[in-house]
Design a protein around this ligand. Structure first.
Ligand SMILES: Nc1nc2c(c(CN[C@H]3C=C[C@H](O)[C@@H]3O)cn2[C@@H]2O[C@H](COP(=O)(O)O)[C@@H](O)[C@H]2O)c(=O)[nH]1
Length: 306
């Protein structure tokens, strides 16, 4: 994901509101010298897995909807992963492409057993339709065909997903530059790799190319660890739970600086301790720390990308 790395680095070099504190970064790496924390994919036991193509379909639908849970204070990622799993266990055809094309808001709510409107519900439904329609048009209705056509390359998979499915084209304009973040497309590749343990549909020869997934949890963890520093205006806005507009400098910097910081962390681990770690592994560790910390305050942006 050279374009994600390069454009995030550009943002980090030109940022106004978020900075990477190199001594904070070194301290964190120091604590990881002895043993690098490793978190098992699906450590929560909430995902569907049958070692076959239906799991690929499940993960693609999951990552098509893997964004913006916070507007409902009781809703989180676990509800989505578990709800979709239950739906699939009850009806193996629930995510067939022709079904995906037809979901309504109330049906999606029912599927997730959620008693009220979902945040950005209309967008969630539109994205499901987009996935169903394009899978049917180009991949015989099967996300597994999409994955098979990538020749074990995560980079190709991200390129193919973003080319065919506009909802996955997570990018922004920043100080006149186009910045690529591709959170949901990259996490789809990582979820396959994690779920299938690097085998079968999860075998990618270039998994090291994937960056961290710029969401709203990991930036907050990096700040708490002292790796990211915010301007006082940004810090106050996050503390006050004020909404931060999508595409604002602040929002792009929070996400891009997180990607750059995790790349730096990986580099430093290699230089200082000779340990080779994947950004995907660092991401899952940082994310799991964040979701287990209920007092963590994260930035709030209405977005379909994360
Ligand atoms: N960077 C990063 N962000 C991630 C995930 C995951 C889940 N990955 C699964 C894969 C294997 C594991 O076992 C995990 O279960 C979700 N998110 C993001 O978090 C936010 C949800 O927060 P809350 O509202 O509190 O539930 C939202 O933006 C969502 O898109 C990740 O891994 N990395």
């Amino acid at each position: 994901m050279e374009e994600v790395r390069e454009t995030s680095a550009w943002v980090a070099r030109n940022s106004s509101h978020v900075t990477i504190d190199s001594s904070g970064l070194e301290k964190v790496v120091e604590t990881m010298k002895e043993s690098i924390p490793k978190v098992e994919w699906d450590y929560e036991g909430i995902h569907y897995f049958d070692n076959g193509p239906l799991t690929v379909q499940y993960l693609f639908v999951l990552d098509a909807l893997n964004f913006c849970f916070w507007p409902d204070k009781d809703l989180n990622y676990d509800h989505l992963a578990k709800g979709l799993k239950e739906a699939l266990l009850n009806d193996h055809s629930a995510f067939d492409a022709d079904h995906l094309r037809k979901y309504t808001g109330p049906q999606l709510r029912e599927l997730l057993k959620w008693p009220r409107s979902l945040p950005l519900e209309e967008e969630r439904v539109r994205l499901l339709h987009e996935v169903g329609f394009e899978l049917e048009r180009s991949f015989e209705g099967k996300a597994s065909k999409l994955v098979e056509s990538c020749g074990k390359s995560a980079v190709k998979l991200v390129a193919l997903v973003t080319r065919h499915f506009p909802g996955f084209r997570d990018h922004s304009m920043y100080k006149g530059h186009q910045v690529f973040l591709y959170k949901r497309a990259q996490i789809f590749a990582a979820d396959l790799w994690g779920a299938f343990k690097g085998q079968g549909y999860g075998e990618f020869n270039d998994i090291g190319s994937i960056t961290m997934f710029a969401d709203y949890i990991v930036p907050a963890v990096l700040q708490q660890l002292g790796v990211l520093k915010y301007s006082s205006t940004l810090e106050n806005a996050i503390r006050a739970s004020s909404e931060i507009g999508a595409g604002t400098e602040e929002e792009v910097e929070l996400r891009a600086c997180s990607i750059f910081a995790v790349e730096k962390m990986r580099e430093l681990l290699s230089i200082k301790c000779g340990k080779q770690v994947l950004s995907v592994e660092l991401d899952l560790w940082l994310w799991s720390v964040g979701v287990q910390c209920p007092s963590l305050q994260h930035h709030r942006t209405l977005s379909i990308y994360y």
